[in-house]
Design a protein around this ligand. Structure first.
Ligand code: PLP
Length: 402
């Protein structure tokens, strides 16, 4: 509960759901229409064509009325059979949840561990994937599943490198990628990187409320779905892909979220995908400048794997990160992401994704800085000043556009 009656807007600085722009909220409020009527088909075709541009694919993208977890299940159940071995990689909490799901579905996940004893601070090692696939001369491994942007830690993995590793090992495994928190924030190329199924969701870079799950699928994945033995009905791609050809769905789609998606696609494609990516990189850079100035550690230990979407901030040994979050919430009406699973209490997460600009970030950093001070954390210097210095520097100014 807040200590006072809050004026102004709540600051939603968790790494998704991200704030929904007014334009999108207004679009979502239009009257719901007949999902079998003529107007609907035009909307369906528009969003299906637009979302392909965001995934950088020529192939079908399936839109489910689900959260991201549903889209995870759809990816596995459409391509695999009971008992199949899948190679997964422990980048953090979400990779761990996806692995648990694979087990529940009757798959046999093999989990490559997070390298180093500090845990959950590193990106996927493509080399370790290549070594494991080379050792699998009988091709028992049917899929490689990795999380592109690990939302629990703020670590982004190199998917092109994972593709090269699979090719170098000359292995036929499918490549399944979760970019639930990366899509429309970080450069992503479904076709060029040879990804077979990309899983995503609405509530992060797409700036929508939760409630849309996405699968972008390759021809190889569609071929695999013809013989994949896992039971599925609602998630089955076949009928959806067929009906999507005319802009319709076999069930009642979430019409109002599709209005929102249509608006979000207009906003993202008007700004230009590459500009959207550059904006995220720049704000993330400013955020890291702040964390370093405070004298605190960034959760991501690989300097080439910093996430443009969120920054994980480790608190000093004696400081429960959730105490800082609670202070920030109660005093400044701002939500920060909690540490999940293994890193609970050890770090908090600052989201800088979606509808975020210089001043949004500066306000968020000011809230963090004041919250850290109120919680008794001794800061080396002002992170707010360091972030501002970067934003107005020549480097920060030239990074404004792609
Ligand atoms: N994967 C990643 C990387 C996520 O960030 C999330 C949610 O934050 C999920 C999966 C699960 O998605 P949802 O909570 O929409 O079911």
């Amino acid at each position: 509960k807040l200590d006072f009656h809050p004026a102004g807007r709540h600051f939603l600085q968790i790494p998704g759901p991200s704030p929904v722009p007014d334009r999108i909220l207004r679009a979502i409020s239009y009257p719901t229409i007949d999902h079998r009527g003529p107007e609907f088909g035009a909307l369906g075709l528009k969003v299906l064509a637009g979302i392909k541009k965001v995934f950088k694919t020529q192939h079908p993208v399936i839109i489910y009325p689900s959260s991201g977890t549903g889209a995870w299940e759809a990816a596995l159940s459409n391509t695999l059979s009971s008992g199949d071995i899948v190679l997964m990689y422990e980048t953090g909490h979400f990779a761990t949840l996806w692995k648990k799901m694979a087990e529940k579905l009757g798959l046999k996940p093999e989990f490559l561990g997070s390298p180093g004893s500090d845990g959950w601070r590193h990106a996927v090692s493509a080399q370790r994937i290549e070594e494991r696939l080379r050792a699998d001369s009988g091709h028992a491994i049917k899929a490689v599943c990795v999380v592109h942007n690990e939302t629990s830690t703020g670590v982004t993995s190199n998917i092109a490198a994972v593709r090269r590793a699979i090719d170098a090992a000359n292995h036929p495994a499918l490549l399944l990628v979760d970019t639930i928190s990366g899509l429309a924030s970080i450069d992503y190329r479904h076709d060029e990187w040879g990804v077979d199924v990309t899983v995503s969701g609405s509530q992060k870079g797409l700036m929508l409320p939760p409630g849309i799950g996405l699968n972008a699928v390759s021809p190889k994945a569609i071929e695999a779905s013809k013989t994949a033995g896992l039971r599925r009905s609602f998630w089955d791609w076949t009928e959806i892909i067929e009906m999507n050809k005319t802009g319709y769905w076999p069930y009642t789609p979430n019409t109002n979220l599709l209005y929102g998606l249509s608006e979000a696609l207009d906003m993202i494609l008007d700004e230009g995908l590459e500009n959207v990516f550059a904006r995220h990189q720049r704000l993330a850079h400013a955020c890291r400048e702040a964390v370093r100035a405070w004298g605190l550690e960034i959760q991501c230990a690989d300097t080439d794997a910093y996430s443009p979407v969120l920054t994980g901030v480790m608190t000093p040994e004696n400081m429960d990160a959730d105490v800082v979050r609670k202070t920030v919430y109660e005093r400044f009406n701002m939500s920060l992401g909690t540490g999940l699973g293994k890193v609970k209490g050890r770090m908090f997460r600052i989201g800088h994704l979606g509808d975020c600009n210089d001043l949004t970030l500066m306000a968020a950093l000011a809230g963090c800085e004041m919250g850290l001070r109120l919680s008794g954390v001794r800061l080396a210097a002002s992170g707010v000043t360091a972030a501002m210095d970067y934003l107005v520097s020549p480097a920060g100014s030239s990074a404004l556009k792609a």
